[in-house]
Design a protein. Structure first.
Length: 560
């Protein structure tokens, strides 16, 4: 539920800090005092779209902040944790800022989030229902959504259907595209087969190109390598001077004097190491020279192989690694195309089978919806009777759709008959403004309990009614407040009287500026405010008595 709301530099509000409590809070005040501005602020705090028009004149930005507490479901907790949002003891602080530059920030418990995330979390917390919301009842596409929300059995079947519909639709689109692009499809398939075969037959190795380049350089310089090895060996071991023998003589001589000083010992050791190193070098020179073998055809083979690699690189990538990566890509695409390279008749049979499966699930979904519709009609009739519309007939009207849709093959529209003997017709065409308010409230009562909403906000939804109907609406909203926190902006004294808490919104002028203030009323102040709502600006003694009577009746109603 909403615990506290802070509004700064928003519309005509300079700064207010409102504390809210559980159950039902009514908000009253003269027209234009700023009651709906409070609701607008909550709407933005719950992720609504902001604009510069909301910023108070002379300010650079508006700031909104709301403190909510609620027991979060495990899925909601996991969602918050996945965003790095910490929450203690079920408290959530939502914050929204928006500047004249058009830059806005959203935070949840101090963590920056997108407006999309803020809106998603806001849906857990707030359900705002105003006069404009009645228009959603007039939009036929919303009726099926409301029906699907009503019965918990619908969603699992709907998800199964949508999965089956997705498989059918994907295969059907593929079949259609294949029929329309048969020639291009075949050409693509042939091209992939050729490219895969060409690269595959080359039997490329990842490091092969560099190895071949090294081998080519070695073959092209065979004579130079052979001559260098032979000459080097001859210099170390040949006549008239064998360098290794000379170093050996130096080594023997140094061993005779190495004991006379550390410096002589080091020289002797270095000469000894040099002697044995030259011996190893001499052996390696001889071995490499013996291993050298000229192959007249090998250089041609290496050049041919490199030419093949360069041709493939020219076609499929600038490097051998890119050619191999391209090969893996087209090989996968070819496998996918070959996997579906069935005949047209076979593919059409697959589409028909998938359609039949989706049709069966659509029928199951429709059957459950029709069962839910009967229950919804009964619940709505029960609610309407309490709102003095007992003669009204509410009906969930089904119309079959020839083709499958993501929602099934049901087209649902709410029908109504407001008076006996009149025709049953679409809700949008039959219901008057006052009737629409009551129908909306009936549905809200049903769906609010169903969805376990934490804070429900009514913005002058009681417009166009009076007398006993107004009293019935008051009782219905009070009933909702037993399950959820309710904030209700109203002009009806009957509704204001049943509130557990009462906030008065007033507009004042000071220093040439208009600003809004919010005052929490005590019992006596409530009587005065209700009297004003009954009688207008001239509060009479009879208006005071009427107001006291309304509060007394409201107390009895709460006790009952």
């Amino acid at each position: 539920m909403l615990r506290e709301l802070i509004i700064k530099d928003f519309a005509i509000i300079e700064q207010i800090d409102i504390t809210f409590q559980a159950k039902m809070t009514v908000i009253t005040g003269e027209t234009g005092a700023g009651k709906s501005i409070v609701i607008d602020a909550l709407g933005l705090l719950a992720g609504g779209r902001a604009s510069q028009e909301f910023i108070r004149k002379g300010a650079n930005k508006f700031i909104l902040q709301g403190l909510f507490d609620l027991p979060l479901a495990s899925a909601e907790q996991d969602f918050l944790h996945s965003l790095g949002i910490n929450w203690d003891e079920g408290n959530l602080i939502l914050q929204r800022e928006y500047s004249r530059s058009g830059h806005g920030t959203c935070r949840i418990n101090g963590t920056l989030v997108t407006r999309t995330i803020l809106r998603q979390v806001g849906q857990w917390l707030i359900d705002i229902h105003g006069q404009n919301e009645q228009q959603s009842l007039l939009q036929v596409e919303n009726h099926l959504k409301l029906l699907d929300q009503f019965d918990s059995r619908i969603q699992p079947v709907k998800e199964k259907y949508q999965a089956a519909f997705g498989r059918f639709r994907k295969k059907a689109i593929y079949l259609q595209q294949r029929k329309q692009n048969e020639q291009s499809w075949i050409q693509r398939l042939d091209m992939l087969k050729f490219q895969v075969s060409e690269i595959e037959s080359a039997n490329l190795k990842k490091e092969e190109e560099q190895q071949l380049i090294q081998e080519k350089e070695k073959l092209e310089n065979f004579q130079l390598i052979q001559q260098t090895l032979a000459q080097s060996y001859q210099l170390l071991n040949g006549e008239p001077i064998a360098l290794i023998d000379q170093v050996g003589t130096v080594m023997q001589q140094m061993k005779q004097i190495e004991k006379f000083s550390p410096q002589l010992k080091k020289i002797s050791t270095d000469v000894t190491n040099a002697f044995y190193l030259l011996q190893d070098i001499s052996h390696d020179l001889s071995s490499q020279n013996d291993l050298l073998e000229w192959d007249e055809d090998r250089l041609d083979q290496v050049n041919e192989r490199l030419e093949l690699i360069h041709q493939l690189e020219h076609k499929y990538g600038s490097t051998l690694a890119e050619v191999l990566a391209y090969y893996q890509k087209i090989k996968t695409e070819l496998q996918q195309m070959q996997a579906t390279e069935s005949s047209g008749d076979e593919l059409e049979k697959q589409v028909a089978d998938l359609r039949q499966t989706a049709e069966k699930l659509a029928q199951d979904l429709s059957q459950i919806r029709q069962q839910a519709a009967v229950k919804l009609e009964a619940r709505v009739h029960q609610q309407l009777a309490a709102l003095y519309m007992s003669k009204t007939v509410f009906q969930v009207h089904f119309a079959a759709v020839n083709q499958l849709k993501p929602t099934g093959h049901d087209q649902v529209e709410f029908y109504i008959q407001t008076n006996p003997g009149e025709r049953m017709g679409p809700l949008a065409k039959i219901a008057s403004g006052g009737e629409m308010s009551r129908i909306m409230l009936a549905l809200k009562t049903i769906f609010a309990v169903q969805r376990n909403l934490t804070s429900i906000i009514f913005d002058e939804v009681d417009t166009g009614v009076s007398g006993r109907v107004a009293q019935a609406i008051a009782e219905k909203i009070l009933q909702l407040a037993q399950h959820s926190q309710v904030l209700c902006i109203t002009h009806l004294p009957q509704v204001a009287a049943v509130g557990d808490h009462h906030l008065l919104v007033e507009k004042t002028v000071g220093n040439g500026r208009t600003q809004t203030i919010v005052t929490k009323l005590n019992r006596q102040q409530r009587v005065t405010e209700l009297a004003r709502m009954v009688a207008g600006s001239q509060i009479t003694s009879s208006a005071i008595e009427h107001a006291q009577e309304l509060i007394t009746l409201a107390d009895k109603l709460k006790q009952s």
